[in-house]
Every structure is written in C-alpha cells, then in structure tokens.
Design a binder for this molecule. Structure first.
Ligand code: FAD
Length: 467
C-alpha cells in the first residue's frame, strides 16, 4: 500500500483515517502510479484528485465512505472510467476506485452472473460466453459494466434481450452513510427501480447479479460500407428495410473517414464512408436471408459481415475508441429517419475532418421497447434511433473545431429530438438531466435521492439533486 500522503487538508485526513484497515491501495500525488491511476478514458479530461482509494472489496468501499463522512470533499466513483464528461475523476477530492474489484462468478445452471462493479464489458462477455451465455451490454469492451448498467445499457443484444438493466436481478450497494444494502424486486424495490437508470445517484454499487441468456457463440455480424456520396440512398433504403426487422437483428449506422485498419483496403483509407454494422443473433441461415437485401443494395465498397464469435464482434469498435484520444459528444434520440433527418445527417457527415471521428446512429426498438417505461428509471424506450454524435482527435490539436462540428450537427437535429439517453449526456445542466428522465420520473428519483443521499455526496454524475 502507498503511504506518501500530502500533509494537511481534509483529503489527507481521510487518507490518514483509512490507513491501517484499508486492504487496497491509497494513491496520492507523488506516488509512481499517480498519473496512471488518475487518467480516464477521455484524454481531454485532466484532473488531480487528492486521493485515489483503490478498493479491494465492499469493506474498503464502506471504509472510504465512513472515513470521508463529515468532510465536504468531492467524491468521484470510478468503474470503467468511460464517463464522456469525466465524472469518475475530480480535482482535489476522493476517487473511490472500484477497478481492483472485477471478479465475475458465472453459475451456468442457475443462469446467473455475479459481477463486481470494477469489471469491464469484455471481461463479462468472456466469462459468460465460456458457457454460451451473455448479458446484453455495450459495444466497446473496455467500457465499465457499472456505469453502463446504472444508466441503462444499450448494445448489440438490446433488440433481442432488452437493455442491460432488463436482465439485472439485483445489486449490493454501499449508501452515502456507509451501510451495505441489497436491492431487488422483493427487497428495497423502489431503490432497485431507481438504480436501473438512475446513473449512480443513490450509492456505490459493489456487485450486480444478472440473468443470463443463451447467445451465439457465433453471430452473423460486421459492417457493410458504401462511399458517403451514396449515403442519402443507403439511409433511405436502410430506413425501409429495418422497419419490419426481426428482433434478432440489431444495426448501427456509422459515418466516418475509413480507418487505416488492416481489413480496410488502402485505397479507402481516409475516404468518407457510410457503414451499416449488423449483428444477427439468431439462426445463421435465417440471418443470411434477412441481411441479403442490405448487402446487395447499391455498390458496397467493402462487406465484412460474416459468421464470427460474438466476443469478436463485441470488440470490433475497440480500436475506434481507444483510451487517451480527446473526445466530445452530444446525443439525442429521434422518432425516425425522416427525409429531413437524413438530409441533415448527410450534410454534416460530409464535413467530418478528423480521421478519428466516427459517429453511431443506433437502431432502437425490439425487446427493450416492449418493457413498460415505468418499470425502471430509464426513460425513452420508445425512441426510434439514437444519435451519438462523437468527435475524436489524437490530442488537443483540431479538437475545438471538431467539437464545434458536433454542436452544430446536434443543433441542426434539434427540431427532431425526442428523448436523450442519460449515459450519452455531457455536462449539459440540470434541465437536460430532467429531460433525460421526464418530469414524473425525475421527481420520483428525487424522492429516492432524499432518502438515500440527502446531502448529495454522490454528485459527480448526471446529478439528481435531492431538493
Ligand atoms: C467508448 C465508449 C463506448 C460506449 N458504449 C456504450 C454502449 O455501447 N452502450 C451504452 O449504453 N453506453 C455506452 N457508453 C456510455 C457508457 O455507458 C457511459 O459512459 C458509462 O457511464 C461508462 O461507465 P464506466 O463504468 O466505464 O464509467 P465511469 O466513468 O467509471 O462511471 C460513469 C458514472 O457512473 C458512476 N459510477 C461508476 N461506477 C459506479 C458504481 N459502481 N456505483 C455508483 N456509481 C458508479 C460514476 O461515478 C460516473 O458518474 C460508451 C462510452 C464510451 C466512452
């Protein structure tokens, strides 16, 4: 355990209180791994916490909350560190780092996975697929299970199995006061309702229990690319083609400049392209039949859709969103891909400058849309599509221009906005957070916040203030 704590100040006092009984590591400025431990996925976030408490188990999380009680210091809770606005790190305060807690226990007979809150999506996929099972989760494997689940969780399996929270059976959570509680449909049911979409506002979840379902292990999946000039026709065809798509099919449309990756022919590198990325999680011959019209539409320049292990498809986007690049994102849901939405999309996509920028449009609907909207805190199950307008640059160079592109594009879509997914919010202010839940749910969440975190100790998140 590191012990070089800067003398003086409340955070140093907290570190002092923790020393002795804390099983994990206490990391402070000056320690050799301080910079590694404070870095988050988004390279544009540069914050220096007073103390990173790397928790080895629930007892360490309890200790951190108790030791910091009575101090008015910012508390950041860190799962995978993929919060776009950098909510899992703070200046001067305490980071409760859950990364060392990433044990996953799979019970194939009972079809339940017990997942500690520091686990990453890729770890969950590998552990569950070893038994031919899966939890519907996100599409980049280095994202944290915790933050993703607490916001809802959309991904390749959401049209067949629902959101990540739709397979959540229960949680263990440490409250603001340092108590350990369980929440599921039978015990603390209102808390369980709020945890499923409430974005970490009510406590630190230390363990998730998920229901498992058979998936793959082979799926028919991958991208089909066209030159971006064909995007107006491709998107109109796509809109009609997926209107009656079976739940086994999930698609994401990507506009970008073709990456210089080994599987992309060199003549395409840097060219503006549109891709429809598919994941068919059903019988393969049926998938070949369903996907045929898309793959033969127009003149695709590259078709990488093929049978492959589900875990391989899950990591397909990993190289497009690595740690450390500078990212900015604005998001919205729209009801459908009307001609006006398509025209706005194509107009802005053509202006992408950075070779790192790749923005997804997510197909929604299917099983996730059939769950009663009031069943969980997550809002916006009836969305038609989710625009996740993400820009990326290697470093600060060119970042401001690309960020402006995101804002312009998002504003141009404003007449079509319906809901917004809480995990795709930046620092956009209380009104946008309220909009992410709708007024009625927001008030219900505020009541829960008053009960579980009346002093708003957990405020580095998409915050539901108690008052
Ligand atoms: C590259 C990338 C890909 C993504 N893909 C998807 C996707 O496919 N589907 C999708 O739905 N979302 C996706 N997202 C959004 C993602 O769900 C959110 O960014 C999510 O918050 C990340 O969780 P994390 O644990 O990695 O992040 P962190 O930054 O560690 O945490 C995010 C927020 O949750 C809080 N939190 C974390 N752990 C806990 C806990 N155990 N208890 C209480 N609060 C906690 C943090 O304090 C913070 O406010 C993606 C994000 C990125 C950057």
């Amino acid at each position: 355990m590191s012990t070089t704590v800067t003398p003086g100040g409340p955070v140093a006092e907290i570190a002092q209180r923790l020393r002795g009984g804390f099983r994990g590591a206490l990391v402070v400025a000056g320690d050799p791994d301080f910079h590694e431990q404070r870095a988050v996925w988004n390279g544009s976030i540069d914050r220096r916490p007073g103390l990173v408490a790397r928790c080895a188990g629930t007892d360490d999380v309890v200790a951190a909350m108790r030791a910091s009680a009575g101090y008015d210091v910012p508390i950041a809770v860190r799962g995978g560190g993929h919060s776009f606005p950098g909510h899992s790190v703070c200046d001067d305060g305490l980071v409760v780092d859950l990364r060392p807690m990433h044990r996953i226990r799979v019970d194939p007979e009972a079809r339940i996975a017990r997942v500690q809150a520091g686990a990453l999506i890729g770890e969950l996929d590998r552990a569950t697929q070893a038994a031919g099972l899966a939890v519907p989760a996100g599409i980049v494997t280095h994202t944290g299970v915790a933050g993703l689940t607490l916001g809802g969780g959309i991904g390749w399996l959401m049209r067949s199995l629902g959101l990540t929270i739709d397979q959540l059976l229960g949680v263990e959570l440490v409250t603001a006061g340092g108590d350990v509680v369980h929440a599921d449909e039978a015990e603390n049911a209102e808390l369980f309702w709020g945890v499923r979409g409430g974005a970490g506002n009510f406590g630190i979840v230390t363990e998730f229990a998920f229901r498992l379902n058979p998936v793959g292990p082979v799926v028919l999946a991958g991208p089909v690319f066209w030159p971006m000039e064909q995007s107006p026709d491709v998107l109109r065809f796509y809109r009609d083609w997926i209107a009656e798509a079976p739940d086994e099919l999930m698609t994401i449309v990507i506009h970008r400049r073709a990456p210089a990756l080994p599987f992309v022919p060199p003549e395409l590198h840097g060219r503006h392209v549109v891709a429809v990325v598919c994941c068919w999680a059903g019988a393969l011959d049926e998938g070949e039949r369903v996907l045929r019209p898309l793959r033969s539409f127009g003149s695709p320049v590259l078709d990488l859709c093929e049978p492959k292990p589900y875990v391989d498809h899950q990591s397909m986007f990993d190289p497009s969103y690595p740690h450390g690049w500078w990212y900015y994102m604005r998001a919205c849901d729209v009801g459908g891909l009307s001609d006006a939405v398509i025209d706005t999309t194509v107009e802005h996509a053509q202006r992408i400058r950075s070779p790192r920028t790749a923005f997804p449009i997510w197909q929604r609907g299917g099983a996730a849309a059939r769950v009663d909207d009031d069943a969980t805190a997550f809002h916006g199950r009836d969305a038609g599509f989710t625009f996740n307008i993400t820009a990326a640059t290697d470093s600060e160079e060119g970042f401001a221009e690309e960020r402006e592109w995101v804002r312009d594009f998002w504003s141009a879509l404003q007449p079509h906005h319906t809901s917004v997914y809480v995990n795709f919010l930046m620092e956009e202010g209380p009104e946008r957070i309220r909009a992410a839940y709708g007024a009625a749910k927001f008030e219900r969440l505020q009541a829960l916040k008053r009960r579980y975190d009346p002093d708003n100790r957990f405020r580095l998140n998409q915050n539901i203030a108690p008052a």
